[in-house]
Each structure stands twice: as structure tokens, then as C-alpha cells.
Write a protein that binds this ligand. Structure first.
Ligand code: ATP
Ligand code: MG
Length: 565
């Protein structure tokens, strides 16, 4: 199959020899001796499952560490206890491992640093660079100013160091109710960057934390935790998406004023995919509102969803490489992701036959009661893949859409007067057909040519089309699930006054309850997708199989450019 690579942002560039800008920075830092070893991290917040956007960030940070024999940390950024859970931690670990990466720098938790972060806050207070503010959120909001007008100082800004220290200790001790006061960095209320206008760094929140339990009733804000954790872990290159660019001056301010290891933050454009959404908050809504069958629904852009759909780690890594790393935001075609899977599976997936919409195909001249074994290659792209046997008899299943009552010259499948080859078997010629009570074709009768067997055909008969088929007696009855885009609009997120759920594609899932599969598929497992001849790449759905007590398969991706022998 020669499905062409869709255009990518890198098209035309030689991305084998040319380094992207982050690789260039890292090479320069190693060459200049600034760092002896690269140390990166991937810092998910355990408040949802990872999605394909995260895969890009994972491939980047893990990939760079790998490339330079460096270290990479997995860090759970768990500063928001109400939204986080162990289920998400476990899922994140599983997904990163499945992608093929190990966190050789260790597994870290921001919550492991809560004491250290508290001490950092005390350090700031002691140097007159943080203060406790008792104003309401509204008042603080009003003083914040706007991007074009400066903010104004809080009346509590000039508290003494001693007073601030005492109040902050009280916050920790649980003296004050939730929301009663906050700790703010004392920077500059007139700063052009809004993030520098005395940002809140600690808040009171009596929330049970999945790791620290009820030890704390104050939690650091993300901005006060993230950069410091980078420093504490000795991260040399802290890679994140562009929305954090405006936070960088604040991180730099903390590094300078706390005098800690200067990790370098570098931002890159996030991955956006058309026909999908990529925010954990919105993905959670799809799950909670029952639009999908959980985080791992095969239509979800989550790593676990893609995995259940039949995507391979290799295909996702190839996709991330193709998408490239740049500073400019863009939207990637979902079809690039499909291309990457097709490209991988075409080389690796064994072939098998399945009939999704079965009607009977009867060979009228095949000896009654006879069966035989035919052989078929497992993968024409891979000579080492070997062959398998296919049981064959006079009673077969064929695809409903491979038969037409009226057909023209360009129809190379079955119809009155037509002759076709059955894949890896014999040539057959139309004889008759049977209609059911509703007038639908329920059976096609053909005669077969015994001397036309594939591989030893001496019949001299020409058949232009080749059809797939399954032997009736040995067929496996399976459910097959066909997927389309989850959203019918390319940008479900981008319509004012509309909710993204308004654009859910009502036809994103088609269930074929009783499909017929060749018997070799009884040994299939969920991790190894199969090419169903002429139909696409399919993968066993373990979860659904257990649910219905018989095999269920997902179509991972279509063949797109059709049947090529
Ligand atoms: P979302 O916005 O989808 O809910 P998030 O940014 O809140 O995700 P985090 O857990 O904070 O999720 O993300 C962990 C890392 O993954 C961050 O460094 C973030 O920059 C990166 N990341 C998140 N989304 C994308 C994306 N679409 N493309 C590339 N990297 C991403
Ligand atoms: Mg985030």
C-alpha cells in the first residue's frame, strides 16, 4: 500500500539532519559545557487521562533525554487536590510506559516538596518579598488592573515581616477559614505583565490530598510550585507549551529571589488536532455526560482511547515526530494520525479475512460435505510473516456490498454474468441468487472452477476482481465497531455561543453486531492489530469482548486507498 504522507508542517524540510530549535539549544548547552547532562521532565497534573497532545510533550522530553543519554523525570503536579486522584496517576504511568518510555530520573510529586515550598515562601517573607493579603477576591481582582492599565497596591502590602510570618504560620496551622487570606509575592502592581502583579502564591483550602491526606490546609499555587520543582529536581531544560511563556518572568523572579538552580524553560506550540478537543476538562465532560464509553473510548483523543482503538506506540511516536516542534500554533489534520497508524500496520499487521455484512455464498458444484484447507500469506509486505491455513467449503459468507443485481462493465465484483476470484481460493461465476421476505439478497449461488486454485491456477479463466470470504462452519461470530470522527465540525471548540458537545457526530460509531471472522482470529490479542482484507486495520476490544461475552473488534483505521491484492 502506498498511501502518501499527508502534508505536514515540516514538509519540504529535511527533518533528519536539521534539528528543531530546542535540539539546537540543548546541543549548544552541552557543547559549551553549561551542562554535562540533559535532564528533562514531563509534569502532568493527575486530573485526567493523557491525550495525544501530551504524547507530543512526552515524546519531546523523553526523546531529548534519550537522544543525549540524559535523565527524564515523571512529575505529578499535584497541587490541586480536589480534582486529582490516584486513578489518574495510575493511568498516566501506564500510558507513558505504553508509549515506550521510562522515567530514569525517577517519579516525583510536587506534593513531596510541600514542606520545601512552604520554606521557600517563608524565605520570601523574610526578605520582604511576600505578604499576607486579607482582601476579598473581588477587591484583589479590581486592583489587578488590565493589560493596558496598571494595578494598584493592596492596603496590606506593607505589613511588617514579623506580622506576615505570624499570619502565614497561622494559615498553615488552620487558624483561618478557607479563602480568608492568601500569601502574595510582592513584585510590582504596575508591571506590564499581569502575572507579575503580586501573584497569589498560597491559598487556604481544606481539601483532602490523595498523598498528603489532611496534613495541609494551605496549598501552593501552580506558579509557585512548578518552577521550584524544576529547580529542586535539577531540571536543565524545562519544556512546556506556549501558554506558559508569559509565566516565565515570574519563574525567573522566583529563581532569582530564592537563589535556586536556574532551570531553563523553553516553550513550544501545543498540538491541536482538527475534529477533536484536547482539554482534560472537556474530555472529562464527554465522559461524565456519557457521550463516550469512558476515557478510553476508542473515539477519544486520549492515549488510552487510541490504544483501545488499535493505535500502536510506534505510530503515535511517528506522528509526534512528523508534527514537529515549533513556536507557531497550527492545527494538524486528524488524517495525519491515521496515516501514521496505517504506515506502521501496513508493514507489521498480519492479514486475515472477515465479512462485516454477511450474506451466504453457495458453491453449487462443490462436493457436498467436503472441506479443504487453503493457505494464505500472513503479510505480503513481510516475507517472514509466514502463511496460515484457511478452511474452505461450499458454504461461505461474502460481503453484501460485493453483490449487485444490476452492474455495469466497471463492476468487478459479483453480479449476474460476473466472474470473480475468492482471495487465496478459487474463481467463481454467478449462477443464481435468493431474495429474503423483504426483497433483500440473502444468498448468492455460484459455480466454482476446481482448477483455478490460487497458486496452481490452470483454468485460464480471467477474473478481474478479488473478494474476501469466510467459511461458514468455522466462522467466528463477532461484533465489529466502525468509527468516524467524534466531532462533525473541524473546530468544535471554536464557535461562539455554542458548546462543543453540540458538534458531536451522531454517526461516530456504527456497530455491526454479527460479523463473520476467519477462525485464525480466535487467537488474536488486543495489542496486535490485524488487517482485515479490503476493510482496514482492526483490533480486538478486550473491554467490550468481556462485556458481551464474544469477540468485539474495533476498526482502527481504514485502508483508504483501497484494495491492492
Ligand atoms: P489540558 O490543557 O489539555 O487540560 P494541561 O496542560 O492542563 O492539559 P498538564 O497535565 O498540565 O495538562 O500537561 C502536562 C504537560 O503536557 C504540560 O507540560 C503541557 O505543556 C503539555 N501539554 C498539554 N497539552 C498539550 C498539547 N496539546 N500539546 C503539547 N503539549 C501539551
Ligand atoms: Mg495545564
Amino acid at each position: 500500500m502506498s498511501d502518501r504522507t499527508p502534508n505536514t508542517p515540516n514538509a519540504g524540510e529535511d527533518n533528519v539532519s536539521s534539528q528543531h530549535f530546542i535540539q539546537q539549544i540543548i546541543s549548544a548547552d552541552l557543547n559549551s559545557g553549561k551542562h554535562q547532562q540533559v535532564h528533562t521532565r514531563f509534569p502532568p497534573e493527575p486530573n485526567g487521562y493523557l491525550h495525544i497532545g501530551h504524547a507530543k510533550a512526552i515524546c519531546l522530553s523523553f526523546g531529548l533525554a534519550e537522544e543525549h543519554q540524559g535523565l527524564v523525570n515523571l512529575r505529578f503536579d499535584d497541587t490541586n487536590p480536589e480534582k486529582e486522584s490516584q486513578e489518574y496517576v495510575d493511568a498516566i504511568r501506564r500510558d507513558v510506559s505504553w508509549l515506550g518510555y521510562t522515567w530514569n530520573g525517577g517519579e516525583h510529586y510536587t506534593s513531596d516538596q510541600f514542606e520545601k515550598l512552604f520554606q521557600f515562601a517563608v524565605q520570601l517573607i523574610e526578605s520582604g518579598k511576600a505578604y499576607v493579603d486579607h482582601q476579598s477576591a473581588e477587591d484583589m481582582g479590581a486592583q489587578k488592573g488590565t493589560p493596558t492599565s496598571p494595578g494598584s497596591n493592596s492596603p496590606h502590602r506593607n505589613r511588617t515581616i514579623a506580622e506576615n510570618l505570624a499570619l502565614f504560620q497561622e494559615m498553615r496551622a488552620g487558624v483561618h477559614p478557607d479563602g480568608h487570606c492568601v500569601l502574595r509575592a510582592k513584585i510590582d502592581m504596575t508591571h506590564a505583565n499581569m502575572h507579575m502583579r503580586d501573584p497569589i502564591i498560597y491559598r487556604i483550602k481544606r481539601a483532602h490530598h490523595q498523598r498528603t491526606g489532611d496534613d495541609w490546609c494551605i496549598y501552593p499555587m501552580y506558579d509557585f510550585a512548578h518552577g521550584q520543582c524544576d529547580s529542586l529536581e535539577g531540571i536543565t531544560h524545562s519544556l512546556c507549551t506556549l501558554e506558559f511563556e508569559v509565566h516565565r518572568p515570574l519563574y525567573a523572579w522566583f529563581i532569582e529571589n530564592l537563589d535556586i538552580f536556574p532551570s531553563r524553560q523553553i516553550e513550544f506550540a501545543r498540538l491541536n488536532l482538527d475534529h477533536t478537543i484536547m482539554s482534560k476538562r472537556k474530555l472529562l465532560r464527554l465522559v461524565e455526560e456519557g457521550h463516550v464509553d469512558g476515557w478510553d473510548d476508542p473515539r477519544m483523543p486520549t492515549i488510552s482511547g487510541l490504544r483501545r482503538r488499535g493505535f500502536t506506540p510506534e505510530s503515535i511516536r511517528t506522528f509526534c515526530e512528523r508534527v514537529g516542534i515549533a513556536k507557531r500554533e497550527n492545527v494538524i489534520d486528524f488524517s495525519l494520525l491515521e496515516w501514521a497508524l496505517r504506515d506502521h500496520l501496513n508493514r507489521t499487521a498480519p492479514r486475515a479475512m472477515a465479512v462485516l455484512d454477511p450474506i451466504k455464498l453457495t458453491l453449487v458444484n462443490y462436493p457436498e460435505g467436503q472441506t479443504e484447507s487453503l493457505t494464505s500469506e500472513n503479510n505480503p509486505e513481510d516475507p517472514d510473516a509466514g502463511v496460515r491455513t484457511l478452511p474452505f467449503s461450499g458454504q461461505l459468507w461474502m460481503e453484501r456490498e460485493d453483490f449487485k443485481l444490476e452492474a455495469n462493465k466497471k463492476w468487478f465484483r459479483l453480479a449476474p454474468g460476473k466472474t470473480v476470484r475468492l482471495k487465496s481460493a478459487f474463481i467463481v461465476r454467478y449462477v443464481d441468487h435468493v431474495l429474503d421476505d423483504s426483497g433483500q439478497v440473502s444468498e448468492v449461488k455460484v459455480e466454482y472452477f476446481p482448477d483455478s486454485r490460487s497458486g496452481s491456477d490452470t483454468s485460464g479463466i480471467k477474473a478481474k476482481g478479488t473478494l474476501h470470504w469466510v467459511n461458514v462452519d468455522t466462522a467466528i461470530d463477532a461484533e465489529v465497531r466502525l468509527y468516524d470522527r467524534l466531532f462533525s465540525d473541524p473546530a468544535p471548540d471554536g464557535h461562539e455561543g455554542k458548546d462543543f458537545t453540540d458538534f458531536i457526530n451522531p454517526n461516530s460509531l456504527t456497530i455491526r453486531p454479527h460479523c463473520m471472522l476467519e477462525p485464525s482470529l480466535a487467537n488474536a490479542d488486543a495489542e496486535n492489530p490485524i488487517q482485515f482484507t479490503r476493510l482496514g486495520y482492526f483490533s480486538l476490544d478486550q473491554k467490550r469482548t468481556e462485556e458481551i461475552g464474544r469477540p468485539a473488534w474495533n476498526r482502527s483505521v481504514t485502508l483508504k486507498d483501497g484494495w491492492k491484492g
